[in-house]
Design a protein around this ligand. Structure first.
Ligand SMILES: Cc1ncc(C[n+]2csc(CCOP(=O)(O)OP(=O)(O)O)c2C)c(N)n1
Ligand SMILES: [Mg+2]
Length: 615
């Protein structure tokens, strides 16, 4: 007879979570790094009590905002190269839907997170309960249905035994390199508290190791033939290079084959910035070196990238006639993009297989020389914009100061505003994973909570968060959590009086300065937000820097602080780095009474002609 154990569904869930393990660097450890929780009705009595029972094996972290706590969980997974992850549990209603943005972020960025929102009563006895959304036409709908399109796997648990197949599927999705993304198990409140006789075997320890799918022989032959015919090959390194832990393989491959490497936002730090073949960022926020080579490339080996518009310059970047993309990706959806030659495989396995079959093939020496000269020119341009001047600082100069003060050993966290583009171009990244951006969903408000998740994953790292005043105002409350938990961050706030990058985009599309900077928004009183005082009120050490030199000094002092510190500096909202870069498709109105819009539209129509869906 099967041995069983009588537990509530929530108890079974948390017990199961404690038994899921992985092995990293020969060390066995729990695959769940913990659970973020904000309790309310819908999870306090069920999941909350069950988490208390396992608190020594599965730590519970308290946050201030459900979106932010889910962001922290996702950042933990990203900083762990998807090898470990966390869960986030909320009450029903607003607590649950607060996590939807984070679910979308994880979905876009292919990052694992287990979301456990509370849901309405499965037995419907007390309906409608507090915070219940009532559908007039569908009795099965709840607010949590909004998680469906932004979850890789969604399930509603309406009976306690359903958790058995649901958790098995959840673990498969969370650990699958191709399917990886958010899993939402929507937990009906009454069912969390309901008991069932679970088979003991359900709680047996299980070790999850990453799968490395090998390439198909036919696809491999085609990719090898394409590369062998290449005179001007380039490699685009995406996040998949980091998640597959293929950075050393990439380095050897690029060196042996003489192929310049360019990095996406998610792929940055695949090679150290000082590596001779690292051309830096590619695309809209690309370096002049990468973009020059990408424009001429005849074969683009796209490794572990989603080929988002910022990478492909809205599909106008690759300009050579007959240029071919070889899509080396563990996910066929990505491998086939842009009529590429698919090479469906793990990044590391794929690069190794290519290397084995390429014989003595190497790109022409002249191509490598072109790359090296292009990189030298770019480094000069980058230095010019990051060196300090006496005027109101630019974001680029602030980046220069952060790097001079703390160096490439720091882990840099950012997500939105003008900074991601500047950092993509200008941050000299060090070790793999030391550059941590959400630029898949580019979520304002990810930065601080994300930094906290990174710090929990990498406690020994110097974690620096850079963000704009707009992002800070959108979500800052996890500063208090970082102080409470003793997870020290250095947070640099660039205050340019509003949404600087969107104001610049507005101007670039012929628009009037309207509703982005405070000075252009409806106001009776011009806001003068004291970010330092605000951060200090949450327990952080706070400093205001009046110049780039002061910023550097403050960053050095902050390194010695025993807790999270926030440094604020005023920056110029109108400056961004002109050097490098590529056109980005942002639709300009076809009809307007304003001449500047008409002019921008004309230019837009011209630029759109560069776009091509198939070569
Ligand atoms: C949640 C969210 N809302 C809106 C946007 C669109 N958006 C992108 S950047 C930006 C302004 C960011 O302002 P700030 O953080 O001050 O950075 P700055 O542009 O000034 O560098 C906005 C509104 C977004 N990315 N995320
Ligand atoms: Mg701003």
């Amino acid at each position: 007879m099967t041995k069983t154990i009588r537990l509530t569904m929530a108890q079974a869930l948390t017990r199961f979570m404690t038994r899921q393990m992985t092995v990293i660097d020969g060390r066995k450890m729990p695959i769940f790094g913990g659970v973020w929780a904000i309790f309310g009705h819908g999870n306090v009595a069920g999941v909350g009590e069950a988490l208390y029972q396992v608190r020594d094996e599965l730590p519970t972290y308290r946050a201030h905002n459900e979106q932010a706590m889910a962001h922290a969980a996702i950042a933990f997974a990203k900083a762990s190269f998807r090898r470990r992850f966390m869960a986030a549990t909320s009450s029903i209603g607003p607590g649950a839907t607060n996590m939807v943005t984070a679910a979308a972020l994880a979905h876009v960025n292919r990052l694992p997170v287990l979301l456990l929102p509370g849901d309405v009563f499965a037995n419907r006895a007390p309906d409608p309960v507090l915070q219940q959304v009532e559908s007039f036409g569908d009795g099965t709908v709840s607010a949590n249905d909004v998680f469906r399109p932004v979850s890789r796997y969604f399930d509603r648990i309406t009976r306690p035994e359903q958790i058995i197949p649901a958790l098995n599927r959840a673990m498969q999705v969370l650990t699958d390199p191709a399917e990886c993304g958010p899993v939402t198990l929507s937990l009906c409140q009454d069912v969390q508290a309901e008991a069932f006789d679970y088979p003991e075997s359900f709680f047996a320890e299980r070790v999850w190791l990453p799968r490395r799918p090998q390439p198909d022989a036919t696809e491999l032959d085609a990719a090898v033939a394409a590369l062998k015919s290449a005179k001007k090959p380039v490699i685009i390194a995406g996040g998949g290079v980091l998640y597959s832990e293929a950075t050393a393989t990439l380095k050897t491959f690029a060196e042996r084959r003489g192929i310049p490497v360019m990095e996406t936002q998610a792929g940055k730090s695949s090679l150290p910035h000082v590596h001779a073949l690292n051309m830096g960022s590619v695309g809209v926020t690309g370096s002049s070196a990468s973009n020059l080579l990408a424009e001429q490339a005849d074969v683009v080996l796209a490794v572990g990238t989603r080929l988002q518009d910022f990478t492909t310059g809205s599909w106008a970047l690759f300009k050579a006639d007959g240029a071919k993309i070889v899509g080396l990706n563990v996910q066929p959806f990505d491998a086939y993009k842009h009529s590429g030659l698919p090479l469906v495989a793990d990044a590391k396995a794929g690069l190794e297989a290519l290397d084995e079959k390429l014989g003595s093939w190497k790109s022409p020496a002249a191509w490598v020389s072109t790359a090296k000269a292009a990189k030298a020119a770019w480094l000069k341009a980058a230095k010019a914009v990051t060196d300090p001047t006496n005027s109101l600082p630019s974001d680029a100069q602030a980046i220069g100061a952060v790097h001079r003060a703390r160096g490439s050993k720091a882990t840099l966290v950012c997500a939105s505003g003008g900074l991601p583009g500047e950092l993509h171009k200008l941050w000299p990244a060090g070790a793999p994973g030391s550059y941590h951006l959400d630029y898949g969903y580019s979520t304002m408000g990810y930065e601080i909570a994300g930094g906290l998740g990174v710090k929990i994953a990498r406690p020994d790292q110097d974690v620096i968060v850079m963000l704009g005043d707009g992002s800070y105002m959108m979500a800052n409350s996890e500063i208090a959590t970082s102080v409470m938990l003793g997870n020290k961050l250095t947070i640099v706030v660039l205050d340019n009086g509003g949404f600087g990058c969107i104001n610049r985009l507005q101007m670039a599309t012929g628009g009037a300065n309207f509703n982005n900077l405070f000075r252009d928004a409806m106001h009776e009183v011009m806001p003068e937000i004291d970010f330092a005082a605000h951060a200090a009120s949450m327990g952080a050490v706070a400093r205001k820097a009046a110049s780039i030199a002061e910023l550097e000094r403050a960053l050095k002092q902050a390194e010695k602080d025993d807790r999270t510190s926030v440094i604020v500096i005023d920056t110029d909202p109108l400056i961004s780095t002109d050097a490098g870069g590529h056109w980005w498709d942002v639709a300009v109105p076809e009809v307007s009474v304003r001449p500047s819009v008409n002019k921008a539209r004309k230019d837009y129509e011209k630029k759109r002609k560069m776009q091509h869906l198939v070569n």
